[in-house]
Design a protein around this ligand. Structure first.
Ligand code: TXA
Ligand code: MG
Length: 327
């Protein structure tokens, strides 16, 4: 922490990216740590800055589906249909890579992840740069993604060249990643576009990768999206009992409960934070809530999972299970 990066405007951001620098860039999902995707040294700096292993590939952000041919090939009619219906927006497609894409971006894979973001400032920077932008979420590897410019400043301000403030992110949770290189589209990471929306567009079912398929993407490692506080996810039925047991055994520990309902009768000692019932609304504040735990020095957090795994509920459940994953 310590040093602060300057806040810049769109022109300033473009200048930094052209010069091979790194910018905290707003998108509608979360803030990205952006570099010009055609500059190998700049892309390598992303990995150093995040402490991210080089084998975890990056998403290339492009201004439009028309700009895609420089980065990848359309693998199937399904890919095209998803892009036509859902771009710009919180959808990332994994497609066969074009030969020119840097190995630094793809981690040497034969595929590349691409997305057309919807945030007007991200779009303006893409237009100004005239190249693709490689951008992971602007957090240290394994930590909680940033959804405001201040989050980026707090976490990476001392190691990047500028931050473009686009206000709090609209969606609040990362893009849905869909692998469209196979016969049937496969969701690798649930996110801002629901599985139901994908199926509506395609008029056919999609596969959803299970947790036991291996850690191909870092968002699928056991512990990810994690605050410093120790997190347990709990069922609404058990929360009162779990909190009572914990606080009576650890009376001095700072404990917080995040739950979509107010404190049930009889629970003592824990601090309760009520979160929105509506998954769309909760997604917007989820990461800020997790960061607030650390800012408040909370040691132990119990979080009640959304019951429904439809809509954005699936992505919220996924992130909370990872926030609670073994460290
Ligand atoms: O909403 C988002 O997707 C945000 C914003 C900034 O666009 N970006 C983001 O990037 O979440 P990151 O790097 O934190 O997560 C991207 C995920 C990683 O889990 C990575 O391993 C996976 O995408 N990925 C990238 N290329 C891939 C590929 N060719 N095949 C499979 N997974 C890939
Ligand atoms: Mg990330």
């Amino acid at each position: 922490m310590g040093g602060r990066a300057p806040f810049v405007d769109v022109e300033g951001a473009v200048r930094i990216l052209r010069a091979g620098g790194l910018v905290g860039l707003p998108t509608e999902t979360v803030y990205g740590l952006a570099a010009d995707a055609t500059q190998p040294a700049a892309v390598r700096r992303i990995f150093e800055t995040k402490g991210r292993p080089p084998t975890h590939p990056l998403i290339v952000h492009v201004p439009s589906a028309e700009a895609l041919s420089r980065w990848s090939a359309w693998s199937s009619p399904s890919a095209r249909r998803l892009a036509d219906a859902l771009w710009p927006g919180p959808l990332t497609l994994v497609l066969p890579r074009a030969a020119a894409v840097l190995d630094e971006v793809t981690g040497g894979l034969p595929s590349v992840a691409v997305r057309v973001p919807a945030h007007p400032l991200a779009r303006a920077v893409l237009e100004g740069l005239g190249a693709g932008i490689a951008a992971p979420s602007a957090n240290r590897f394994g930590a909680v993604s940033p959804t405001t410019a201040e989050h980026v400043q707090d976490e990476l301000g001392d190691r990047i060249d500028g931050i473009l403030d686009g206000g709090p992110c609209d969606v609040g949770i990362e893009s849905t990643i869909v692998d469209v290189t196979g016969d049937v589209p496969r969701v690798l990471r649930p996110g801002g576009v629901s599985v139901e929306s994908l199926q509506d567009v395609l008029g056919a079912p999609v596969l959803v990768a299970g947790e036991d398929d291996g850690p191909r993407a870092p968002g699928r490692l056991a512990s990810h999206y994690a605050p410093r506080a120790r997190v347990s996810v709990v069922d609404e039925r058990d929360v009162a009992e779990r909190v009572r047991a914990w606080t009576s055994a650890h009376p001095d520990s700072t404990t917080v409960v995040l739950a979509p309902r107010a404190l049930p009768e009889g629970v003592r000692g824990g601090r309760w934070v009520e979160v929105p019932e509506d998954p769309r609304a909760w997604a917007q504040t989820l990461y800020a809530d997790l960061r607030a735990l650390d800012a408040a020095g909370v040691e132990r957090a119990f979080i009640v999972l959304p019951v429904e795994s439809s809509g954005l509920g699936m992505a919220i459940r996924d992130r909370l299970l990872r926030a609670a994953g073994p460290r």
